[in-house]
Design a binder for this molecule. Structure first.
Ligand SMILES: [Zn+2]
Length: 275
């Protein structure tokens, strides 16, 4: 049961340091200038993040780590049946969970009512570390259900789920950061890991680009399943980030973000037209 006491500090430490480092680096080495985006987004994105964290604490009957703990004690799931040790369980869990999250991301883009939830993340007209945290609480809840199902089906260990959650969170804050790495280093990193330049294309207003580069942590899935876009047709330093239908400062306010999935859109501003 040690994990349960330890994991929240571990996660909080990585979360706070990642947020600080990647947000500050985005300020110091800005890819898009601050003048270009409404910085009040930082306030609204942060309030939404705090609201979601509190909501999940209140609503969740059990944390993913506690679930994984029960699963491993009861020897449930494929990897426990196969008798895999801690290290193979950890490595396999990280790769498989990342793959599941990649496909989950595609489903959130393709199914209209799920897109309504996910577009809260995409309607950010800026692209920085605070964007990485901006999700509708129902999307977070659904994603937790998917992860819980994977934990039970595969027998993901408590250690693996802690490491995966930290990695996913950390890489999301990194690949949404408002900086561009030196080209040669970026090209090297991009072979395995999703970089800010690669993920920024996923936030382009141009719909075929939004429907590509779905990976969060490993970049291999986009290459393997041919959803990879190497470069944008648009200038992403200019005002070409976000969604065509949500571009005012009012659209970025936290109460608007919470209500956004329930907002009817004119047929003209549906996703297929938002090029
Ligand atoms: Zn997306």
């Amino acid at each position: 049961m040690n994990w349960l006491a330890f994991e929240s500090y571990f996660r909080l430490g990585f979360f706070a340091s990642g947020l600080l480092v990647f947000w500050l680096a985005g300020l110091l080495f800005s890819f898009r200038s601050r003048a270009q985006v409404d910085t009040s987004r930082w306030f609204h994105n942060t309030v939404l993040t705090l609201f979601n964290s509190l909501l999940m604490r209140v609503l969740l009957p059990i944390s993913l780590v506690a679930l994984a703990d029960q699963v491993s004690e009861s020897k449930l799931g494929l990897m426990n049946w196969l008798g895999l040790g801690q290290v193979p369980n950890l490595l396999l869990s990280l790769v498989l969970l990342d793959c599941v999250i990649y496909f989950q991301h595609i489903v959130f883009h393709k199914v209209p009512w799920l897109w309504r939830l996910h577009r809260v993340h995409h309607s950010d007209i800026g692209f920085d570390t605070t964007t990485a945290l901006r999700f509708h609480p129902i999307e977070i809840g659904l994603s937790l259900v998917v992860k819980a199902f994977v934990i039970v089906a595969l027998g993901v260990s408590p250690a693996a789920i802690v490491v995966f959650e930290v990695l996913l969170n950390f890489s999301a804050m990194f690949n949404h950061a408002n900086f561009s790495l030196p080209k040669s280093f970026e090209n090297f990193l991009k072979v395995l890991i999703v970089t800010p330049d690669m993920h920024r294309i996923h936030h382009s207003v141009r719909q075929p680009e939004t429907d590509s580069n779905f990976g969060f942590c490993l970049s291999v899935w986009d290459r393997l399943f041919q959803t990879f876009t190497a470069r944008s047709a648009l200038d992403l330093q200019a005002d070409n980030i976000g969604l065509a239908e949500f571009r005012t400062a009012k659209d970025q306010q936290v109460h608007k973000l919470l209500m956004q999935p329930f907002q009817a859109l004119s047929p003209k501003s549906s996703k297929s037209d938002s090029v």
